[in-house]
Ligand binder design. Structure first.
Ligand code: ZN
Length: 311
């Protein structure tokens, strides 16, 4: 028995098979430990990434916007150093646009019978019937979108059918009473949504209720955008539709005007009659940028005074 024990002990210690098994076990344990450390590091990194996403207005805009009707009651503010990566992404305005900065543009100077057709309060729900009616009536227009009611598919549909998209705030509030950060958020969340869907940054902002106030125009300038005003407004939102709406628009027509309509069922149904009215008077409707790029802004004396009083 004793001899047997003495004979087996050295055999266990020196057996190459058993040593190999022990080595393999050690390697496996080491690898498992490595995986655990890597997984832990991955979780930490994912958590940091998630925290950044919460602060990032670009991602926030994209995700909220997929839920129509979501109203961002508490818009998070970019705090501290005022990091605004979303602004740096925007390319500079096109060359023609420089003449239009600093004023609420209410028309252009032209002798051509051309006007800009603009349609406000556009959300995803109205997009397809609106665009189909415009295409059917051979009209081009700038569609001012409410970001919280828009989605990527609708934005793409408009651009694919030759329409220009404009920015009508995130949730249809006037940005005039807001501080600069909130106003910027209202503008840029809608900008980002439309850009991520279409690849195009809208360059026109139209203030809800046209309530520009003293600050509204500055906020739009700070976002490097142009302010779209109105010169032919027949108040379709009050219920004017059909031939009467078309005739009122026609009666007020002048070259270089900006016509305002809304994405309402009655107005959409009237688009063929509006198109006929324009054609009868030898007018052509364009998107706002197409009209503006050909000419220059029609400035009032008050606009000129404001521009020249700037430091
Ligand atoms: Zn509106």
């Amino acid at each position: 028995m004793a001899g047997d024990k003495r004979a087996t002990r050295p055999g266990w210690a020196t057996s190459p098979v058993l040593l190999g098994v022990a080595l393999a076990l050690a390697i496996t344990a080491g690898a498992a430990l490595g995986i655990l450390i890597a997984a832990r590091a991955g979780m930490v990194s994912a958590r940091i990434h998630a925290a950044r996403q919460v602060q990032d207005p670009v991602i926030l805009g994209g995700s909220s916007a997929t839920t129509p009707g979501t109203s961002p009651v508490a818009l998070p503010i970019v705090s501290g150093s005022g990091r605004r990566p979303h602004l740096s992404k925007r390319p500079p305005l096109p060359r023609w646009a420089r003449a239009y900065r600093g004023v609420v543009v209410t028309g252009t100077v032209t002798t051509e019978r051309e006007v800009a057709l603009t349609i406000d309060d556009v959300g995803a729900a109205q997009m397809r019937p609106l665009v189909d009616a415009l295409v059917g009536a051979r009209l081009h227009a700038t569609l001012f979108c409410i970001g919280s009611e828009m989605n990527e598919r609708a934005a793409k549909y408009a651009v694919a059918n030759g329409m220009e998209l404009g920015n009508h705030s995130w949730d249809h509030t006037s940005i005039a009473p807001m501080d600069a950060a909130h106003a910027n958020r209202q503008i840029m969340m809608t900008e980002t949504l439309i850009h991520s869907a279409t690849g195009v940054w809208p360059i026109w902002y139209r203030m809800p209720f046209q309530s520009w106030g003293a600050r509204g125009l500055k906020d739009v300038q700070a976002a490097d955008m142009l302010a779209a005003g109105v010169s032919n407004n027949q108040q379709d939102y009050r219920g004017w539709t059909g031939p009467l709406l078309a005739y009122r628009i026609g009666a007020d027509l002048a070259p270089g005007q900006i016509i305002l309509l809304h994405a309402l069922p009655g107005t959409i149904a009237t688009l063929p009659q509006i198109s006929n009215e324009l054609r009868l008077r030898h007018y052509r409707a364009l998107e706002l940028s197409s009209l503006a790029a050909k000419t220059r802004p029609a400035l009032s004396t008050a606009d000129l005074a404001a521009l020249h009083s700037r430091p």
